[in-house]
Write a protein that binds this ligand. Structure first.
Ligand code: DON
Length: 308
C-alpha cells in the first residue's frame, strides 16, 4: 500500500464538493458557525508515522466520538457485567437521539452505548466522588490516549449544548425513573456536554483511532492504554452502531470500525493498520459528515481497508 500526503490531498479534493449537499448541525447553537466546506484528514500508522491533508491541525469538538472513549474508560472502571446491566449491545435503526425504544423495550435500558441514551448511562458510570473528579479522570484518560497534555474542552460549545439539551434531559430523566441513571440528571448533563465538547484536531483523533486499531496499545510508546478486550468491544460497537442508523450501509461501503459526531468529526480504526481522524462539518441526514463519508469510501477502496 502506498500512501503520501499528495495522494490524500487528491482524495480530499475529490470528496470536498459533496459538502454542498449537506448542512451544519442545527440544534447546538455554537456549532452553527463552522465553515461547511472544510475537509481535513490525518492517518496514523502503527509504526507511529502520520500522513495528512487539508487543515488537519484545526480543532473541533468530538461530540458523539467521545462516546467510544468514555465507554472504554467505564468498561475498565466497572467491568463488562456492570456496564451491560445498564446498557445493551444491539443496534437500534433509529436516530441517535431517539427516545422511542426506551419505552417500547421490555427492559427499559438503552439499546447500545453509541446512541445518546446509552452514552448518558455510560457517562453516569464514570468513577469519581464528584462531577469534577469524574471529569478530571476522563480528561486525563483522553490526554494519555492522544499523548498530548493539552487536550481540553470548548466551553462555549459545552455551555451552548447544556443550555439547549432538552432532549437529552428527557432521556436522562426517563432513565432515572427506571433506575438506569443513578446520579443527579443535571450533573450528568453537565458532565456529558463537557465530554461532547472535548476538542482536538485530526491528528489527535487519528492517534486515538490507532490505539484502538492496535488492540489498545499506544503505537508510539508501546504502553497498553486500553485492555485488549475493551478495545475489541469498542471497535465492535463502532462497526455495529458507530455511524448510527447508517452503520449497515457504511459497513458495506467502507467496512471499518468508525465513530462519527455531529460536529463533523469521524474517528476510524483499521485493525492492525492505522487510525484515521477526519473533520468535515457538513452533515448528511443521519448526522454523519457527508464529505468525510465520501473520503473514507475513497480511501477504503484505494487501500483495501474493509475488514470484511
Ligand atoms: O448529545 C448530542 O446530541 C451531541 N452532543 C452529540 C450527538 C452526536 O454527535 C451524534 N452524531 N452523529
Amino acid at each position: 500500500m502506498y500512501i503520501d500526503n499528495q495522494l490524500l490531498a487528491n482524495m480530499v479534493d475529490e470528496a470536498r464538493p459533496i459538502s454542498s449537499e449537506g448542512r451544519l448541525v442545527d440544534y447546538i447553537p455554537a456549532l452553527k458557525k463552522e465553515n461547511k466546506d472544510n475537509l481535513a484528514v490525518s492517518v496514523c500508522f502503527l509504526n507511529g508515522e502520520f500522513f495528512y491533508a487539508g487543515d488537519y491541525l484545526e480543532k473541533f469538538t468530538l461530540q458523539s466520538i467521545s462516546k467510544v472513549i468514555t465507554l472504554a474508560l467505564v468498561l475498565m472502571d466497572n467491568g463488562e457485567e456492570e456496564v451491560f446491566s445498564k446498557v445493551g449491545m444491539e443496534p437500534t435503526g433509529d436516530p441517535f437521539n431517539s427516545i422511542v425504544k426506551l419505552e417500547t423495550n421490555r427492559v427499559s435500558k438503552p439499546l447500545n452505548p453509541m446512541i445518546n441514551a446509552g452514552a448518558l448511562a455510560v457517562t453516569d458510570m464514570i468513577k469519581g466522588a464528584t462531577n469534577e473528579e469524574k471529569w478530571e479522570r476522563l480528561l486525563a484518560f483522553v490526554n494519555v490516549l492522544t499523548g498530548e497534555e493539552e487536550v481540553t474542552y470548548n466551553k462555549e460549545v459545552a455551555d451552548s449544548e447544556f443550555n439547549t439539551a432538552f432532549l437529552n434531559r428527557s432521556l436522562g430523566y426517563f432513565m432515572k425513573q427506571h433506575g438506569i441513571i443513578k446520579g443527579d440528571v443535571e450533573h450528568l448533563i453537565y458532565l456529558y456536554t463537557k465530554q461532547c465538547a472535548l476538542e482536538m484536531n485530526c491528528q489527535d483523533l487519528a492517534k486515538i483511532g490507532a490505539v484502538f486499531a492496535n488492540d489498545g496499545m499506544d503505537p508510539v510508546t508501546g504502553r497498553q492504554l486500553i485492555t485488549r478486550d475493551v478495545a475489541r468491544i469498542c471497535k465492535t460497537f463502532m462497526v455495529t452502531c458507530g455511524m448510527y442508523n447508517s452503520s449497515g450501509e457504511f459497513a458495506i461501503k467502507v467496512g471499518i470500525p468508525a465513530k462519527s459526531g455531529v460536529s463533523g468529526g469521524i474517528m476510524g480504526s483499521v485493525p492492525r493498520k492505522c487510525g484515521i481522524g477526519i473533520f468535515g462539518p457538513s452533515l448528511d441526514e443521519t448526522g454523519n459528515s457527508i464529505a468525510g463519508l465520501r473520503l473514507l469510501e475513497l480511501m477504503g477502496n484505494e487501500y483495501k481497508w474493509s475488514i470484511f
